[in-house]
Design a protein around this ligand. Structure first.
Ligand SMILES: CC(=O)Nc1ccn([C@@H]2O[C@H](CO)[C@@H](O)[C@H]2O)c(=O)n1
Length: 102
């Protein structure tokens, strides 16, 4: 059975252009392993927009986030920390899911 993931619609263009190649998620949203093919839909309206292949799933602490993470999100580090703080207020333990378009 194919797995699914949702992204906020505002990230769709960056994902489709290959500008966003990681996502940082809480544990309950990181149940993927390298090689998984995953159907990607928009969170707001559930519209499918691409398939991705999972490259890697790695634990990362909020306080360890650095510019390399931000670049892979097509953001600055302050922007990335702000976005994550809004989605997951107070959460320190995240998982970095690296992916590529298929
Ligand atoms: C829709 C949903 O259920 N959850 C999430 C959770 C996270 N993200 C994005 O991943 C990166 C790091 O958190 C940032 O770019 C976030 O905006 C997302 O698009 N959708």
């Amino acid at each position: 059975m194919m797995k699914d993931i949702t992204f906020y619609g505002r990230f769709e263009a960056d994902i489709l252009a290959g500008r966003k190649t990681i996502t940082l998620r809480e544990a309950s949203d990181a149940d993927f392993v390298a090689g998984d093919r995953v159907r990607v839909s928009r969170y707001e309206d559930n519209v499918f927009f691409c398939n991705i292949e999972i490259i890697d799933v790695t634990p990362v602490q909020f306080d360890e986030l650095n510019n390399a993470h931000a670049v892979q999100e097509n953001m600055t580090l302050p922007e990335l920390k702000q976005v994550i703080s809004e989605i997951y207020p107070g959460l320190k333990s995240l998982f970095m899911i690296a992916f590529r378009l298929v």
